[in-house]
Design a protein around this ligand. Sequence first.
Ligand SMILES: Nc1ncnc2c1ncn2[C@@H]1O[C@H](COP(=O)(O)OP(=O)(O)O)[C@@H](O)[C@H]1O
Ligand SMILES: [Mg+2]
Length: 311
Amino acid sequence: MAIFVEGVHKRYGDKSALSGLDLEVTRGTVHAVLGPNGAGKTTAVRIMTTLLRHDEGVVRVAGHDVRKDPAAVRARIGLLGQHAALDEELSGRQNLELFGRLHHLGARRAGLRADALLDRFGLADTGRKPVKQYSGGMRRRLDLAASLITEPEVLFLDEPTTGLDPRGRAEVWSAVRSLVGGGTTVLLTTQYLEEADQLADRIALIDAGRVAAEGTADELKSRVGPDRIVVVLRDAARLAQAAALLPDPTVDPDSLTLGFPVEDRMAGLALTLRALEGAGIEAADLSVRRPTLDEVFLHLTDRTNTTEVAA
Ligand SMILES: Nc1ncnc2c1ncn2[C@@H]1O[C@H](COP(=O)(O)OP(=O)(O)O)[C@@H](O)[C@H]1O
Ligand SMILES: [Mg+2]
């Protein structure tokens, strides 16, 4: 287990930021901590990276307890914070070399490592330009490179794409993907459902300082409800006939669309095709629709709120 968090509480004065956070991250996986602003993501990351002390609970990172042995933890992790410390006047390469020197790499190794990382994140061409000329996506990739100087076992990325345009976001996503092949464990926080869906092996959905749901994107989606078969007809006149052939579908006459839930998507598709074909009804489109993570999020956070009100 690369990260083990159990029953962690953190208060700022009388305000509770984390209230019983649990988290387990397997070595070599990408784990997303997904939650809205104020959910406690940065607080959790600061605790796991030894920058902040928790009030209660157990936190082990890369095999070491953050309280008992913070130095051992620090030696094995990298952190990309929400605000990174790059020197604007220096080139990307110089920034990386500087980070390397700060981590006692020695001039030669720091230089080699800088070049390797620039290359890896598609910054080889721009590596000699001053950072102030970089786009948002380039900066963030440079941040990422800097956090990897020490070849960490566990890398923490706190909202790595917040504030980036779609292109910058895509650049950072591909950079994160390239890390995973190398065996690094990544914990990333995000407010973007799509980001968690794209990058993470598992997702912990957090709300008000604790985990509301945890699992793969597919598992979380299946908690909202089953897949739906959606079929669009060509001819409005056949709508009622088609509806009678399918298992209790919803019907939208304006878009000529019928939909119904299925446990087994292949069986659902086959049933629909057979029914329509048998009756000689033409379909313009036939698809399976899965619930989106957005729907999962609304569903689960709503339920959490309801339980709290009820309790
Ligand atoms: N230094 C602080 N002092 C007081 N309250 C804080 C401090 N940092 C965070 N908080 C509060 O703790 C909660 C969690 O914050 P944070 O961990 O930054 O959430 P996130 O990163 O998910 O947006 C929020 O309600 C926030 O206002
Ligand atoms: Mg934050």
